[in-house]
Write a protein that binds this ligand. Sequence first.
Ligand SMILES: NC(=O)c1ccc[n+]([C@@H]2O[C@H](COP(=O)([O-])OP(=O)(O)OC[C@H]3O[C@@H](n4cnc5c(N)ncnc54)[C@H](O)[C@@H]3O)[C@@H](O)[C@H]2O)c1
Length: 312
Amino acid sequence: MPRRNKIALIGAGNIGGELAALAAREELGDVVLFDIPDKEGLAKGKALDLEQNGSVLGYDAHIKGSSSWDDCAGADVVIVTAGVPRKPGMSRDDLLSINLKIIRNVAENIKAKCPNAFVIVISNPLDAMVFELKKVSGLPAERVVGMAGVLDSARLQLFLAREMAVSIKDVRAMVLGGHGDTMVPVLSYCTVNGVPVTQLIAKDKLDAIVTRTAGGGGEIVKLMGTSAYYAPATSAIAMARAYLYDEKRLLPAAAYCDGDYGYKDMYIGVPVIIGGAGVEKIVKIELSAEEKANLDKSAGAVRELLEASKKL
Ligand SMILES: NC(=O)c1ccc[n+]([C@@H]2O[C@H](COP(=O)([O-])OP(=O)(O)OC[C@H]3O[C@@H](n4cnc5c(N)ncnc54)[C@H](O)[C@@H]3O)[C@@H](O)[C@H]2O)c1
């Protein structure tokens, strides 16, 4: 019998609320907005507000706020934002010890209640969190993915479009590597409708754009006192949609590498195909020697985080 998709959002904070709004508006399925018991009122309040929003906008989605994992049982998609965000002056890595404990708890519950879900992790430090979630939940690698590359690429896309004063719609950009200061904007694959940006923008300007992209999250934390949430939510929803509608989109995402690109037993941002089977493929692309060296450096930084996680 046909049934409606169920989307469980773990964490009802800034990103969680925006995820719920987008999932409902796009009618991706019914939504459970989950948070800890202390924040149950927040989860329930946001859920009710968003259900009422449907009357005006005309979408048909049931949205339930909850602090019980039973309500998340059988979810088709789980998106994890549980944890704390950065404050000004903090790096993503500073969140490791706090968020690791939270992710382990979330992973145990996903294992028990949502073993068939496609899981998208957003919590930082992203590459370490998604690795831990896969390890503890025991879900297969193709059903656990981290969101970072879509967001980092969106930031790069914006800065390139503004520099050239062209429509953002015509710019394609790709950022690979870990979701931290060592992320790798891959300029050889950034184009304006197929024209490489390296032919259109002077090198010094491109260098400045690359630097701004790598610090793109920090720029917003400094302005707002907390992390970005609109574009992070939209990015994760694009990934959820690719899975639910079997879109087979090629997107940069933190995927489990088992020898891919020379990286073993770790998550890092690589180009993947997301479709109905989850992460269906890690796509191998040619990188220049400099880009590969930068990716290796980024993988080294992720590896250090994983080593630090093991001690916590
Ligand atoms: N991957 C990315 O590109 C990216 C981008 C922006 C932010 N982030 C990260 O996403 C995370 C969430 O950001 P936010 O702005 O929504 O933060 P937030 O503080 O607004 O929301 C986080 C929520 O998680 C909840 N939570 C804590 N422990 C929990 C548990 N055990 N189970 C369920 N919920 C729990 C908190 O109560 C809180 O409501 C942060 O770690 C942030 O650094 C990642």
